[in-house]
Ligand binder design. Structure first.
Ligand SMILES: C[S@@+](CC[C@H](N)C(=O)[O-])C[C@H]1O[C@@H](n2cnc3c(N)ncnc32)[C@H](O)[C@@H]1O
Length: 293
């Protein structure tokens, strides 16, 4: 497939631009892909919680973006009476179910008092570039949960890898180079590059949870898989994978690690290589959840 075939794929993502200290950062929303990868909107035992007991369940999505996860959730689980989406900037659709509420709220700023101990389930998904201190985020979110409530964190690792070789460099040199530069640039700006792998430990150390579980799944970066289901997920991922360089261009350039023309060359090589899919690359996505004591 060539770059010109891209329009045929359309985009499964909603995109928006943020102003950051480093300039505009386009964020991509890949929730539907990861929901498919994890076979559902929620880990199984949390699903059961929403289906059993009282029919007055309250759920919060932190950094809710488009709000699509919450809207899908209330459609699937009728026991949810209150679904609260918070974000620093609101981009939810005009029309949404009456039990969904969107609030402009910085998760790092004080919460309204009546939110304390209010929620059965809280999710925070793909906040890695916005949150530098995950242990402190976890402590803040725990205060909003009822005893026995669940906190779910979904985050990607920050480097992709090949499923056919231990050396990404050998089979996908452009992806390896692009990954390295992005990694170094994000690290320079204080992003917790190992957040996904560290969060289970942060949760266990906080001593607020009865139980902490984790699962990691490999998201294919393009349609290279022989497994039809993974191939579909990979196909839907192509626009996201290809848009990724633009999401971090300004951050990488601000880091001073490469010049603009070097960046454009690396980007072009990375795109060509991703479309060919020869390295069979994946990005591990982690879902970690804990049950509050
Ligand atoms: C990559 S998007 C993910 C959106 C959504 N969770 C999803 O999975 O599609 C990150 C979201 O977190 C929001 N965000 C970043 N920092 C935040 C903060 N301090 N408080 C609230 N929301 C924040 C951003 O505005 C953005 O909508």
């Amino acid at each position: 497939m060539s770059t010109s075939d891209l329009s045929k794929h359309g985009s499964s993502s909603s995109k928006r631009t943020y102003n950051t200290d480093q300039g505009d950062l386009i964020m991509i929303f890949i929730y539907r892909n990861t929901a498919d990868l994890f076979d559902g909107l929620l880990p199984r035992d949390i699903e059961l919680t929403l289906q059993s007991g009282s029919s007055d369940k309250r759920v919060m999505d932190v950094g809710c973006g488009t709000g699509k996860w919450l809207i899908d959730l209330v459609e699937k689980y009728p026991n949810i009476t209150e679904a609260s989406g918070i974000d620093i900037t609101l981009i939810h659709p005009q029309q949404f179910p009456s039990n969904v509420k969107f609030t402009r709220q910085d998760v790092l700023k004080p919460f309204p008092e009546d939110w304390i101990g209010r929620f059965d389930v809280i999710q925070a998904r793909f906040l890695i570039t916005g949150i530098k201190n995950f242990p402190s985020l976890l402590e803040r979110l725990i205060t909003l949960l009822k005893p026995g409530g669940y906190l779910i964190i979904v985050e990607p690792e920050t480097k992709s890898h090949s499923t056919i070789s231990d050396s990404l460099e050998e089979v996908s040199p452009a992806s390896a180079k692009f990954g390295d530069i992005s990694y170094q640039a994000m690290k320079k700006f204080g992003i917790d590059m190992d957040a996904a792998k560290n969060i289970p430990n942060y949760m266990r150390k906080s001593d607020s949870f009865d139980r902490v579980e984790q699962v990691s799944k490999d998201l294919p970066m393009s349609d290279w898989s022989d497994d039809p289901r993974l191939n579909e997920i990979g196909k839907a991922q192509i626009p996201n994978a290809l848009a990724y360089p633009d999401t971090i261009r300004k951050l990488v350039l601000a880091s001073g690690l490469v010049s603009q023309s070097e960046f454009e060359t690396i980007k072009k090589d990375y795109i060509d290589e991703t479309l060919k899919g020869e390295g069979k690359t994946v990005l591990p996505i982690w879902t970690i959840w804990g049950k509050k004591k």
